[in-house]
Design a protein around this ligand. Structure first.
Ligand code: SF4
Length: 290
């Protein structure tokens, strides 16, 4: 089995220092929509300057380099134990090279391990065996500020007047956006899971954030809801970094999960403007990054 450690270090460097093109394009579009001279426009212009500088200098886009969340889709025959060892080695090396800030703190002792390695959930690694001969590794760096404003709702919710249907889902998601205000480093991107249990809801609400911003949900009802939630979130006027303005979110992605008849969860993972996600594919000796 190949040693992918150096390639994974490059995947981490790219994710941490080079914002994906679809995210940058959405931020550039947003800046044009804000009033010249407004705090909202100024915040977006500063963000975009920072994005360019980080890319040219290979330095992190944000001081919080986030929780590394890996998804490894591997062909039959790859050892997940050895892949995990390589991911751990790459995270340690990337931390030494300052692509990642040491972010793994023992919650009981408050001691930072200094390596970004913690228990088996830090970094977060998911494995999935797939058909074919190409390994695909996806990485998302999920910031702490935006993670703090994620939320889960159990419907029905009397306070919101939210029932167990898409109208209720809409109320729950908009409530999460309203409560986040500027704290999740808006403009954000909403990852939403409808259904599942509490655990699978949170997992799926992050998985859906691996989708490209400009793709279209294959389910027409969810596609419509994604557009509606984006539009209505922006009508709240919270704006970039909470300064007010037209851009509170630049997109919403929704996935529907099966659920128990007794439960109806709506889970929102809020992603900040530093929407750091990158992908690597490995086929034989050929390695490509996106
Ligand atoms: S929420 Fe995002 S942009 Fe804000 S500090 Fe954290 S990583 Fe950075």
């Amino acid at each position: 089995m190949q040693d992918l450690t150096e390639h994974i270090i490059e995947l981490i460097r790219l994710a941490s220092t080079n914002l994906p093109p679809d995210v940058e394009a959405a931020l550039r579009k947003a800046v044009e929509q804000e009033e010249p001279g407004s705090a909202a426009r100024g915040a977006l212009e500063t963000i975009l300057k920072n994005v360019e500088l980080s890319r040219s200098k290979s330095t992190p886009i944000c001081q919080d380099t986030g929780t590394p969340i890996f998804y490894v889709h591997h062909p039959e025959g790859w050892s997940t134990r050895r892949l995990r060892e390589q991911i751990v080695a790459a995270v340690i090396a990337a931390t030494k090279r300052s692509y990642l800030r040491p972010n793994s703190v023992n919650t009981l002792t408050e001691k930072n391990t200094g390596t970004n390695i913690g228990d088996e959930h830090f970094p977060v690694v998911h494995f999935d065996e797939i058909e074919g001969d190409t390994l695909m590794m996806e990485l998302m760096l999920k910031g702490g500020g935006c993670e703090n404003v994620g939320a889960q709702y159990s419907l029905p919710n009397n306070e919101l007047g939210a029932g167990r249907d898409l109208a209720g889902v809409r109320k729950a998601v908009l409530d999460a956006v309203y409560k986040a205000q500027g704290q999740g480093c808006a403009p954000g991107i909403l990852g939403v899971a409808i259904g599942g249990d509490r655990g699978s809801g949170y997992t799926a609400s992050k998985e859906v954030l691996y989708r490209k911003l400009d793709d279209v949900n294959p389910d027409p009802k969810l596609a419509e809801m994604e557009n509606r939630l984006t539009k209505e979130s922006n009508e709240m006027g919270i704006g970039p970094m909470g300064f007010g303005g037209k851009t509170t979110v630049v997109g919403a992605k929704i996935v529907g999960l099966h659920r128990l008849p007794a439960s109806y969860f709506v889970t929102v993972s809020y992603m900040c403007w530093a929407y750091r996600r990158r992908k690597m594919t490995v086929k034989g000796d050929e390695v490509n990054y996106e």
